[in-house]
Design a protein around this ligand. Structure first.
Ligand SMILES: *[C@@H]1O[C@H](CO)[C@@H](O)[C@H](O)[C@H]1NC(C)=O
Ligand SMILES: CC(=O)N[C@H]1CO[C@H](CO)[C@@H](O)[C@@H]1O
Length: 725
């Protein structure tokens, strides 16, 4: 039989600018070899201090080079993907598979139910046949407030979905949509739906504020009775409620269209059983959904990330359903983007370059990692199946399986799947579902799926698929990075170390591509050395770089300038601004000297058995003040934290170093000898300008706490005095 030729559903293209990148990289490598040559040839013969500091510089530079080589190798090839949804519609029309969507929430106080409702509504309203959509909410907070909010969502969806279908509304998250003026829709209807939404929101926010559901509402749904048996959020039975049963012919919206299935799940929690956080919640959802809808593809999204693109499902299906390459794909990852970013992205939250270049590099080498949210999975792949070449999916057959049981019977029979003891002596959490035991369970899970022979894809459509909420204070950002960094480092030190675990299972390049993240934390040492030592040596009069008049200065300056210039170019190419790049550089420094340092030392201490030395995370603050400063792009300090102690001390140290240098330059002619060191110091002072401003010139509540400022001055002066004498 002749093989039918299909036009591919997606296309792969090389990222532009690779030639430029490779030439710059090659020239930098050449310059670096001259730097090393210089370090070896001019190794000081004099005093002990000179030799040690010199050796330290050398080691730091070796580390930087190693790390830079890693990132360079991973960017050597980069690809991006273009899906063709019109071909998908032509070919498959009505034969599209069912899709399960998992939304995870953990705490109604941190993740307000009104936000969860918005996310849920945005995914209910996907441009996809609603009878094939099944939305599952996992509420790890086990809160009746969230349950109530879901009931409100159920009702409001009957108005919201037909409105979205009729006017092709974008985005389909009501809060984000109504923030804009009405465009392209009937103004009357727009007002009507907006009013309805605002009422819903107000009711949800009132109950959340009261922390109690009014009597008359409790009577409206039998589901509330479950909470009579709930003692607290970490000790309760499974609560499973099918709020909308998509199979029920009466489940229709106000215009008579079918509604997607909507399920609320709070899995069983008991103090004596470990619940494994989000990974545990996801695994419970995977099992429960396998009985209720059992769609071959499911997607998971965090409750603070709404869908900004109603075509995401179809986009992802272009990959899974491609006749030629689709069967080997395990997951399709969308980037994580944020809704609440200021113009110059003051905390570098966009991770632009990672998402527009680095992950494309992973994609070229076998597939992006799974980053925990906004990802479509092939159920079989995540549930432990190994890929083999003969694996072939017949999408038309998949639609035939129908569950016969009634909703209430299903609720009863599925409860056991979400119980604490269900997973005992099963492969769940190891070979099946999400892997347990890591703060970055998503990365480990993605890696283990890839090691079972599957591929993954990264898709970054023009209109972003998902938009989340970015941290809006410096401390939140640094703490978040500390957690990620720590997680990656722990993975590296565990049995899932990408280099070893992936041996013979995934290509070497892919294993290497995981490494820059694994080594994030280790960067802190070399960076701290470079920030502290040249500055102290400047005060003491030890020269660490070549003279300005010597030709040897060229490799140093070339490496520094071309590397930064390339970085700036790349950043702007990825859609950033110049100031955004400056902010990103500052955050690069801040993260390396604080988040990475804490992550590194804590992981090492844990290894040595001192696990109790964890540093305490301060509570999330977000009053109006904070928002206002965030919008004005003022860095938020405000509270005392060991991280700020370090930042302020380093900033002071460089300031003192610079004063010392100025004095020297005026008194004696040392510019030639110390030129490069002075420049380095100057660069660090420039990058730290907002820190000085926060320490000495700001009056608002977000300024550097006085105690931190005093400590920093004391530490820095002490260090300088010690260095000089
Ligand atoms: C989100 O969707 C809206 C509406 O389609 C669009 O205007 C906006 O650019 C999207 N946001 C991002 C970050 O892509
Ligand atoms: C830049 C930006 O979008 N800022 C907004 C972040 O969110 C707060 C409240 O949710 C708004 O007040 C800001 O304007």
């Amino acid at each position: 039989m002749a093989k039918i030729e299909y036009a591919p559903l997606f296309e792969t293209r090389q990222l532009k600018g690779r030639i430029l990148f490779r030439s710059v990289a090659a020239s930098i490598l050449l310059a670096i070899s001259f730097v090393f040559l210089y370090r070896v040839r001019f190794f000081p013969v004099g005093g002990k201090v000179e030799r040690w500091t010199w050796a330290g510089m050398f080691v730091s530079e070796l580390w930087f080079t190693f790390y830079w080589l890693l990132t360079t190798v991973c960017r050597w090839n980069c690809v991006y993907r273009i899906p063709y949804i019109h071909r998908l519609s032509q070919r498959f029309g009505k034969e599209l598979p069912g899709i399960d969507i998992f939304v995870c929430t953990a705490d109604p106080m941190i993740e307000p139910p009104s936000m969860v409702v918005n996310t849920v509504l945005s995914v209910m309203a996907y441009d996809y046949p609603p009878e094939k959509l099944n939305i599952y909410l996992s509420d790890d907070g086990g809160s009746d407030l969230t349950f109530y909010a879901m009931l409100e969502a159920t009702n409001f969806s009957k108005t919201w979905l037909p409105f979205c279908y009729k006017f092709k509304v974008e985005p389909r998250c009501p809060e984000a949509y109504f923030r804009k003026a009405s465009v392209g829709v009937d103004v009357e209807q727009w007002r009507f739906v907006k009013k309805q939404y605002e009422d819903v929101k107000m009711r949800i926010e009132t109950t959340t504020k009261l922390n109690r559901i009014p009597e008359h509402i409790l009577k409206q749904h039998k589901g509330f009775r479950e909470w009579d048996f709930v003692s607290n959020k970490s000790d309760h039975q499974t609560i499973l409620q099918i709020l909308i049963d998509g199979r029920d012919p009466n489940a229709v919206d106000n215009e008579g269209n079918p509604l997607p299935t909507l399920v609320y799940l709070a899995r069983e929690k008991r103090p004596q059983h470990h619940h494994h956080f989000k990974a545990g919640a996801m695994n419970a959802l995977i099992r429960v959904s396998s009985k209720i809808s059992n769609s071959p593809i499911f997607m998971n999204v965090d409750c603070d990330m709404y869908s900004n693109n109603s075509e995401s499902i179809k986009y992802s299906l272009c990959f899974f359903m491609d006749e030629e390459k689709g069967d080997e794909i395990a997951f399709v990852q969308f980037p994580q983007n944020f809704d609440n970013i200021t113009k110059n992205d003051i905390y570098g939250n966009c991770i632009r370059v990672i998402q527009k270049v680095e992950i494309q590099g992973l994609d070229a080498n076998g597939g992006p990692c799974y980053i925990g949210s906004g990802c479509f999975h092939r159920r079989e792949a995540l549930c432990g199946k190994k890929y083999d070449k003969d694996y072939k999916v017949d999408w038309t057959k998949l639609n035939d399986t129908k569950v016969e049981e009634s909703a209430s019977l299903l609720e009863e029979t599925c409860k056991v799947l979400a119980s604490c003891t269900f997973e005992h002596n099963t492969p769940w959490g190891k070979q099946m579902g999400l892997v347990y035991g890591f703060p970055v369970e998503d990365i480990v899970t993605g890696l283990s799926v890839q090691c079972r022979g599957w591929k993954s894809m990264f898709l970054s459509p023009e209109r972003e698929g998902f938009l989340g909420v970015a941290p809006i204070t410096l401390l939140q950002t640094l703490v978040q990075h500390k957690r990620w960094t720590e997680g990656h480092f722990q993975v590296f030190l565990s049995e899932y170390c990408p280099l070893l675990y992936g041996y013979r299972k995934i290509p070497l390049m892919l294993r290497l591509a995981y490494c820059p993240y694994s080594f994030w934390s280790a960067n802190c040492l070399a960076t701290l050395y470079y920030v502290v030592v040249p500055c102290l040596c400047l005060l003491k009069g030890i020269s660490l770089f070549s003279k300005i008049s010597s030709l040897w200065v060229l490799p140093f300056t070339y490496v520094a300038f071309s590397h930064r210039a390339y970085s700036l170019g790349e950043f702007i190419w990825c859609g950033g601004t110049f100031l955004g790049w400056c902010n990103d550089q500052r955050m690069w420094l801040f993260k390396r000297t604080t988040s990475y340092l804490f992550a590194f030392s804590e992981t090492i201490l844990k290894l040595l058995g001192y696990s109790q030395l964890a540093f305490v995370v301060t509570a999330k603050v977000a009053d109006k003040d904070v928002y206002e400063r965030y919008d004005r792009e003022l860095i938020e300090f405000g509270v005392a934290s060991p991280m700020f102690d370090i930042l302020a001390t380093l900033a002071m140290l460089n300031l003192l170093g610079m004063f010392g240098a100025i004095k020297k330059v005026i008194m004696s002619n040392v510019l030639d000898q110390f030129g490069v060191q002075i420049l380095l110091c100057l660069a660090l002072v420039t990058i730290n300008l907002p820190v000085y401003q926060a320490m000495f010139f700001r009056e608002d509540n977000g300024k550097m706490p006085t105690s931190v400022t005093y400590k920093a001055i004391a530490f820095a002066s002490l260090a300088c005095t010690l260095a000089i004498y």
